[in-house]
Design a protein around this ligand. Structure first.
Ligand code: SF4
Length: 291
């Protein structure tokens, strides 16, 4: 929980606040935009929750925050914030909340599939929080864990130990060193299950991979995200640790696929028709070639 002595003076007066330990991961602003907003390199509370629903979203942000930088001066039952995760995105895809500081608050997702279809899939690792682990267990546990790249692995080993799941990661992002059981290499596309397609996308890191589920949901790690300011898909030039030209080439490969959802580790989620998504992707590629 945040410390009142470190409360940022830019917060509006009242119950909820952000303290100076905020790492500007953006999670709270996505989860509860009616309460939190950006202020320089931090988040602040610009408006106290005014309804029960807004309070619920603020509590979810408090739970999801990787650094426990969100506090409240009044006494709350935190259960509604905790029990909201995993939180439904669409169909059988959930956002796990409980982000981890070691992955800079990256978002992780859970696909809930029947055992007969191969069971549940965890995409990147959330914080290993007891409450979340229990909720995931009640939803059928984890059969497979997909790790997009080296930055967002967080507590992968603890989840693997808890659920006995198979983990998949690319060799060029240190999969062997991390003790991953299913190590892939090269740039060949790999069909992990009927509805799970693994697409290598080197650029942000050398071994970055994305996962396409049902030709609808694209889990993009740090490769691709939505930019609300540009109102288009985007990539992050300043953190292309391996190669921006390679990342641009990897982006072009995605034109071969249809998808409706972009579900990133960092940056904003976006949903659109496959046609519009393709148009946004083309715009993103053109922009990447200019910067
Ligand atoms: S979720 Fe926490 S660390 Fe992330 S921007 Fe909000 S207050 Fe800061």
């Amino acid at each position: 929980m945040a410390k009142i002595g470190q409360r940022l003076p830019q917060n509006v007066p009242g119950d909820f606040y952000v303290d100076s330990t905020c790492i500007d991961c953006d999670a709270c602003r996505q989860i509860a935009p009616e309460t939190f907003r950006e202020y320089g390199d931090l988040s602040i509370v610009y408006q106290q929750p005014a309804s029960k629903e807004q309070q619920q979203r603020a509590l979810m942000a408090l739970v999801a925050c990787p650094t426990a930088s969100i506090g409240a001066t009044e006494t709350h039952d935190f259960r509604p914030g905790i029990d909201a995760f995993p939180s439904l995105v669409n169909e059988d895809v959930y956002f796990c909340g409980f982000t981890s500081e070691s992955s800079f608050g990256a978002w992780s997702y859970l696909i809930v599939r029947p055992e007969a279809k191969g069971g549940n899939v965890l995409i990147d690792s959330p914080r290993f929080a007891t409450q979340l682990v229990k909720r995931i267990a009640a939803m059928g546990g984890v059969r497979k864990m997909f790790l997009t790249h080296r930055d967002d692995v967080a507590d992968h080993a603890r989840f693997a130990e808890e659920f006995g799941c198979e983990r998949l990661m690319h060799i060029d992002d240190g999969a062997k060193r991390l003790g991953i059981d299913h190590v892939i290499q090269g740039e060949d596309v790999f069909q992990w299950d009927d509805d799970l397609c693994v697409i290598p996308t080197p650029g942000h890191t050398r071994g970055h991979v994305v996962l396409l589920y049902k030709n609808r949901f694209l889990f993009t790690g740090d490769h691709l995200a939505w930019s609300p300011t540009r109102e288009s898909l985007t990539a992050f030039r300043s953190v292309a640790w391996y190669s921006w030209p390679e990342q641009t080439r990897s982006m072009e490969r995605l034109l071969d696929y249809r998808f409706e959802w972009v579900l990133p580790g960092h940056g904003r989620i976006h949903h659109d028709s496959p046609e519009n998504m393709r148009a946004h992707l083309k715009r993103c590629i053109a922009w990447m070639k200019q910067v």
